[in-house]
Design a binder for this molecule. Structure first.
Ligand code: GZL
Length: 332
């Protein structure tokens, strides 16, 4: 059976060809008026970007990367912050369609509910590029490509560290999930569980969303601590929720990184500092620096050339020692 990621990759390839056709058609139909802006002509490219929000250190770094890369690439950027609400992202995309931008890029806050608005963009001849998070749509002709991480792989890396760290010891795990319905939350959970499956000494005793925020992670961890006296490990889907969990663990009179170990995903500066300080035990990197690649893909698509159907970013992992070495030169 083709995995969800595989289905996205296979069909997105077809999308890339179709979208290039659409872009060409849009340019041809408008060539008389030359009103398509930077769609392959000499005029400046105009991009509409609908960002998820500003919920975490990762998102802040991602926004900075996109804004700086657009300026560097000479692309006019129309930018919106949806405050983690899908309806706000949909409104922003509709606004970009009305403004006849040359390309729309966005990070879908959740995986589903996008077909209608993406069809409106397709009908308007505006190519859509997914960055960071993916959509789980049957009709994958609706976007040109996906640029971002393999979240299932990230979950597996976290699980592999847990197996190595705890061996055959009975281990009670609590999980701080990302935003409900989002690709990273779904896939990081899937990858983690895949590695721990069949290892009977590992038990996920509680799992709940902290919505990728520090406050969310703190509140959920406080409840976990009240309900479960014997927690050995926190698996947080991002650093920010892990940092919130640290606050809750310390308030409960326990030592994070020792009494209760913590593994997170992202590797933003605050998370790496906590890792170097011994409060987090392992971090799986998820790079937010997607801006330069997004601008290159945009120019390629608007020039009528083909792009890879799925472009996965290179990422690594960090131990406490590696964090101490990496921190001084960390970009985010
Ligand atoms: C992952 C990204 C996630 C980060 C969180 O690519 O979508 O959203 O892991 C962020 O920090 O809020």
């Amino acid at each position: 059976m083709v995995s969800r990621n595989g289905r996205r990759a296979l069909a997105a390839g077809a999308a890339a060809v179709l979208a290039l056709g659409l872009t060409a058609c849009a340019n041809d139909s408008d060539s008389g008026s030359g009103s398509t802006g930077g769609g392959g002509g000499d005029e400046q490219i105009v991009m509409g970007f609908a960002q998820v929000g500003a919920e975490s250190g990762w998102r802040t770094a991602n926004t900075k990367s996109i804004q700086e890369a657009a300026e560097e690439a000479g692309i006019e950027l129309k930018f919106s912050d949806a405050q983690q609400k899908q309806e706000n992202q949909i409104k922003a995309i509709r606004s970009y369609i009305q403004q006849k931008v040359d390309v729309i890029a966005f990070s879908p806050v959740v995986e589903t509910g996008w077909d209608t608005v993406l069809k409106e963009a397709q009908d308007a001849g505006i190519p859509v590029i997914l960055t960071d998070r993916a959509v789980d749509s049957e009709d994958t002709s609706l976007y040109v490509t996906f640029l971002g991480s393999d979240f299932v792989e990230e979950g597996k890396k976290a699980g592999e560290w847990v197996v190595e760290e705890f061996g055959s010891e009975p281990t009670n795990i609590v999980e701080l999930q990302g935003t409900t319905g989002s690709a990273p939350a779904i896939d990081r959970k899937e990858g983690f569980e895949e590695v721990l499956a069949g290892q009977s000494n590992f038990t996920v005793i509680a799992s709940q969303t902290g919505d990728f925020t520090r406050d969310g992670g703190k509140k959920v961890m406080e409840a976990f601590l009240q309900q479960n006296p014997d927690i050995d490990l926190v698996y947080a889907h991002n650093d920010d929720m892990g940092l919130g969990a640290i606050e809750a663990i310390e308030a409960a009179g326990k030592v994070p990184g020792q009494d209760i170990k913590i593994v997170t995903v992202d590797a933003v500066k605050d998370g790496m500092q906590a890792l170097a300080d011994g409060k987090i035990n392992f971090i799986v990197e998820c790079s937010p620096l997607l801006g330069p690649q997004l601008m290159e893909i945009t120019k390629t698509v608007l020039a009528g050339d083909s792009v890879e159907p799925r472009i996965v970013t290179e990422e690594t992992t960090f131990t406490q020692e590696q964090a101490k070495e990496a921190l001084p030169s960390r970009q985010y």
